[in-house]
Each structure stands twice: as structure tokens, then as C-alpha cells.
Design a binder for this molecule. Structure first.
Ligand code: PEP
Ligand code: MG
Length: 578
């Protein structure tokens, strides 16, 4: 038996066989010249890789047709058409003859060229094909280089497993067969990395930041994992297994008790009412939000629609997803955040590797403003869906007033376009700003004049204000939400909102942290948005306390000189009040 300690990222316990996910990133593509005499043998290698790819995709298509939606099956069908596309074959052959380079390089170059052309098209149908081309070419190159396609094996699990990997892309977590993944253990990542967010959304216990755990474990070994404490036990003895089972039962019964609070308001003992909402990444999560008593969706991470391999979201796909969420939520508000791609949410097919600091780079609203046509596709989809409920829109990573003005201008243009086409939309759609960059926090008073609401993204605000990469486990100990600097930022933002008569919400992970609830109430936060399953627990804390005692705690914490002082004050408050 061996015990490893990582970062508890998604609560719950899990036991089972390890499935070690070997990284399937295609290594550097070799590039060398060939002679004319070698053209035929290179072409022959390509034919073999084609045949293997066709076999693989046919199997995936058949399985998807049986077990998944028509939409998912059609992705694999499109890939089959592409693999058999005579034009594509001809273009590769031509390029092979002309460039006299090895076949992997030729396929890679062709796919990139075609992909870029398609991506720059204003027609969403063409852009969707770009992602398919990238996916298909990755598969072919994988076979040429004898790289096992473990991405598809994640979708094809046939037994319950604990998924072990160095790291996962959000798209890996989307394709994996969630019914068979009972737990996740990763070398990298932190509580606020996007893999952790998805794991929590699907109630999959997860421990991240385990350093080199994935290298010390073999496929099939037995693991017991506790996503609440952060312990992972390799080859557990019978006593540990029994303890885990008891813990599992205890957690389940606690959850059942808390869910009874669903219908009750989030109100302190002295009558101060706040709103508790849910964060979602996939439309299917809206039902879960209602089940846990959410009073709306405070953050719909729309970029997840773009992360599924082989499927870029066009206007209709987006319209359907937003409409679904709005319909499920009735007249409760649904805050759709425009895409926040980039940073750690990359579309693997378009990974360019040329950004030295992706988290400080081309991300979120920066990407949207650089692609106004693509951005307006999303804005129109939101406008059209707005007739189905109470939609609000929110822009991520706003760093200054210019970006907010540009985004709002494009929203107006999208509105006129819908009007011209006779497409109905709701007359009033509130427009909010995520405050997650220190510069936005410092000029919150200016932004508040142009925004209908603020939503504080503490995951990024902490990352940028404390200079701590939220996905890097080596520095995760520094990413402290209870740092006095973070508290001062929060106070500044909330006060600026209130002085201009708008509401201050929070949708970063701190909103669902029981150790922060009282401070946030005391600072005057109006809305808390979190993973749905956390809502009952946070509501219980709120209902058991008074605004007066929260204000006293917040005032004390704001004078804290260190993280330790703030934490000690909160701990004392928790002991006295919860
Ligand atoms: C945040 O930064 O706190 C946030 C909610 O956005 P995301 O986690 O998607 O970056
Ligand atoms: Mg963010």
C-alpha cells in the first residue's frame, strides 16, 4: 500500500482499476526530404494509415449510432466522408510530388493550409469542416507515426476505471465515457483548472497535482481515491477499502440531507437575502442546477461548445444549446458568457504552440474581438435564443473600457442583423462584465457605468493578481483566495458596483468555498454562482448566520496582515458559528 497526496479537486470517493491514459499528443512531426524514387513507398505508407483510420472511425461511428445522439454519430460519419474524399487524396499526392517531403509532413502541411482557409471563411459550415479536417489528419498522422490514438480509447472504455494521466485537455474530459470514469487522478492541475471544474460538474471525484503519480502506476492496478481529502492510495489494504466505503456512505447521506434545503431562500438569520446560482459548462447541466435549488445560471461557459473534437459550434448548434438551457430554467436568469477560449482552454486541433504565455495571451474577449464575424455568430445565437427565457450576456477577460465598448458595439450590430432578418429577440438583455483582471478591478467604477452587472471571476483574478498560474501545481500553494490583497480587490469591486447601483456577483470557485461564504456576505456580495452540487452546503451556512456577524468578520479580515491571520479569523468564526 502506498499513499500519495494531491490537491482535492472534486469531492467524493472512488475505488477501482487504474486506466493510465498515455498522452497522445503527436510528437514533433519529422520533416525531411525524400527522393523521387521514394514517392511510391511514402504513398503506400499513407494508404495503410488511411485503411487503419477508416477501420477505427467506422467502429466509432457504429458505436455512436447505437449509444450516442444522432449529432455525435454524424461527426464520425463526416470523418469517414473526409477519409474517402478523392479531392483530399489528390491534393496530398500533388503536394507529395512537388515538395518531396516525407508523407507525415505533407499531410500536416496540407491539413494546416486547408484548415486555415476554412477557418477564415465567414460561413460557419466551412469553419466546422476545419475542425474535422484537423481531427482526421491527426488520426492519420498518429498511424503514420505509430502513436496510439488514446483520445478515442477514452470514449471507448468498456469497464469502470479510475482515470490516471499526466494532464487532460478539457476536450479529453468531454469525449471520455463519463459513465465508466469513477475517479480522476492527474499529475498536473489545481482546484480551479478547467479539468477540475468539469469533474465537479459531473460529480466525478478527482485529485489533481499529484506530481509524477502517472509514471509510478500501471494499467489495472487498484486505487482508492478521495477527492475530498486529496489522498490517493495505491494497492489499498482491506481496512482502507472498508474506510472508503463508510466515507462514501457518509457523504451520500449528508448530500441527501442538504438537498432538503432546496426550496428555502438563501437568507441570513437577520433577513439579508442573497441569490445562489449555478455554473454550467454543458446544456445538460441545467437540470442538475434546478435539482440543487439554483435560482438561475450565473455562468454558462459557452466555450465548452467549441471544445468537442471534430465539432465547432455554428449558429444553429449554439442557438439550440442556449435555447435548451433557457427553456429548462423557465424565467430564471441565465447568464451566457461569450467564449473564453485560449489560456488552458485550447482547441487541440488549432494548437499553434507559438504563444509563450498563453494565459497572458490571445484569450477570451481578445480572441472574440479579433474575429468579429465569429463573435457575431455567437451574439446572434444568444439574441435568437433570448425569446425562450431570461437571457443575460457577459464578456470575459475585460481589461479596460475600450474592450467593453467594442463588444457592446458588436452586440448592437448583431441585434440589427437579427432585426433585418426578421428574427425575434428579447427587448432587454442585461450585459455584464467579468471582473477577473486586476486592471478591471482597479477601474471597476468606470466599467460600472457601462455594465448592468459585474461577475467576479476569482479563478483568474487570483491568478493574475498574485502571479500564480492556476494550472501549475508547483505554485498552487500561493494561489490563496484569503490573501489580504485578494480581499481588498473584492471590496473595491463590490463597493464600485453598489455605488453605481448595479449588482455584484461572483462566479469563480471562491463563491462555492464554505471558508469564504461569511466574508463574501460581509463584503456585500449579492450573488454567488457555483457548481450546482455545492449550493445546498453554502445555503446552510448562510441560513445559520447573521449579516451582522459576517460584516464583523469581513472587517476583521480586511485588516489581516497575512493569509494566516485571515484564515485564523475565518476558522474561529466557523467554530463559533457553523
Ligand atoms: C474565473 O476566472 O473565475 C471564471 C469563473 O472563469 P473561468 O474559470 O472559466 O476562467
Ligand atoms: Mg476566468
Amino acid at each position: 500500500m502506498k499513499i500519495f497526496t494531491g490537491i482535492p479537486a472534486s469531492a467524493g470517493v472512488a475505488m477501482g482499476k487504474a486506466f493510465v491514459y498515455a498522452e497522445n499528443e503527436i510528437p514533433e512531426i519529422p520533416c525531411f526530404t525524400i527522393t523521387k524514387a521514394e514517392i511510391d513507398s511514402e504513398w503506400g505508407r499513407l494508404q495503410e494509415a488511411y485503411a487503419k483510420s477508416v477501420e477505427e472511425v467506422t467502429a466509432l461511428y457504429e458505436r455512436a449510432s447505437r449509444e450516442m445522439s444522432q449529432e455525435q454519430a454524424s461527426i464520425f460519419q463526416a470523418h469517414l466522408f473526409m477519409l474517402e474524399d478523392v479531392d483530399f487524396h489528390e491534393q496530398i499526392k500533388e503536394h507529395l510530388k512537388k515538395s518531396l517531403h516525407n508523407i507525415e509532413w505533407v499531410v500536416w502541411e496540407m491539413a494546416r493550409k486547408i484548415g486555415q482557409e476554412l477557418m477564415s471563411s465567414p460561413d460557419p459550415a466551412f469553419r466546422e469542416r476545419a475542425v474535422d479536417i484537423a481531427d482526421v489528419s491527426r488520426r492519420i498522422i498518429g498511424h503514420l507515426l505509430f502513436v496510439e490514438n488514446s483520445r478515442s480509447s477514452l470514449a471507448e472504455l468498456d469497464e469502470d476505471v479510475i482515470l490516471v494521466a499526466h494532464n487532460l485537455m478539457p476536450s479529453d474530459t468531454l469525449v471520455m465515457d463519463k459513465s465508466h470514469v469513477k475517479g480522476i487522478a492527474l499529475d498536473e492541475g489545481s482546484r480551479t483548472s478547467h479539468t477540475a471544474i468539469i469533474a465537479r460538474a459531473f460529480n466525478i471525484p478527482a485529485v489533481l497535482g499529484l506530481s509524477d503519480f502517472s509514471k509510478t502506476i500501471k494499467d489495472g492496478e487498484i486505487i482508492a481515491l478521495n477527492g475530498t481529502t486529496g489522498f490517493v492510495v495505491l494497492d489499498p489494504d482491506s481496512q482502507t477499502l472498508a474506510q472508503q466505503e463508510d466515507e462514501d456512505k457518509r457523504q451520500r447521506s449528508q448530500r441527501d440531507q442538504l438537498i432538503a434545503l432546496r426550496e428555502l431562500p438563501a437568507e441570513t438569520t437577520d433577513g439579508h437575502r442573497v441569490t445562489l446560482k449555478a455554473n454550467i459548462g454543458l446544456p445538460e447541466e441545467a437540470e442538475q442546477a434546478l435539482h440543487h435549488g439554483a435560482e438561475g445560471i450565473g455562468l454558462y461557459r459557452s466555450e465548452f461548445l467549441f471544445l468537442t473534437p471534430g465539432k465547432a459550434a455554428g449558429e444553429e448548434v449554439q442557438y439550440n444549446a442556449y435555447s435548451h438551457v433557457l427553456n429548462v430554467m423557465g424565467n430564471l436568469p441565465v447568464t451566457i458568457r461569450t467564449v473564453d477560449l485560449g489560456g488552458d482552454k485550447i482547441i487541440p486541433e488549432f494548437l499553434t504552440h507559438d504563444e509563450k504565455n498563453p494565459l497572458l495571451g490571445w484569450r477570451a474577449i481578445r480572441m472574440s474581438l479579433a474575429n468579429p464575424a465569429l463573435f457575431k455568430v455567437q451574439l446572434r445565437a444568444i439574441l435568437r435564443a433570448s425569446v425562450h427565457g431570461n437571457a443575460r450576456i457577459m464578456f470575459p477577460m475585460i481589461s479596460g473600457i475600450e474592450e467593453l465598448e467594442q463588444a457592446s458595439a458588436l452586440f448592437d450590430e448583431a441585434r440589427s442583423e437579427c432585426k433585418k432578418k426578421g428574427q425575434p429577440y428579447a427587448e432587454t438583455i442585461e450585459t455584464g462584465v467579468m471582473i477577473e483582471i486586476p486592471s478591471a478591478a482597479m477601474i471597476a467604477d468606470i466599467l460600472a457605468e457601462k455594465a448592468d452587472f459585474f461577475s467576479i471571476g476569482t479563478n483568474d483574478l487570483i491568478q493574475y493578481s498574485l502571479a500564480v498560474d492556476r494550472g501549475n501545481e508547483k505554485v498552487s500553494y500561493l494561489g490563496e483566495s484569503h490573501h489580504p490583497a485578494v480581499l481588498r480587490f473584492l471590496k473595491r469591486i463590490i463597493d464600485a458596483a453598489h455605488e453605481r447601483g448595479i449588482k455584484a456577483a461572483m462566479c469563480g470557485e471562491l463563491a462555492g468555498d464554505p471558508m469564504a461564504t461569511a466574508i463574501l456576505i460581509g463584503l456585500g456580495l449579492d450573488e454567488f454562482s457555483m457548481t450546482a452540487s455545492l449550493i445546498p452546503q453554502i445555503k446552510k451556512i448562510i441560513r445559520g448566520t447573521s449579516l451582522a456577524s459576517c460584516r464583523a468578520l469581513a472587517a476583521e479580515c480586511l485588516y489581516g496582515r497575512s493569509i494566516a491571520e485571515v484564515r485564523a479569523a475565518v476558522q474561529k468564526w466557523m467554530t463559533d458559528n457553523v
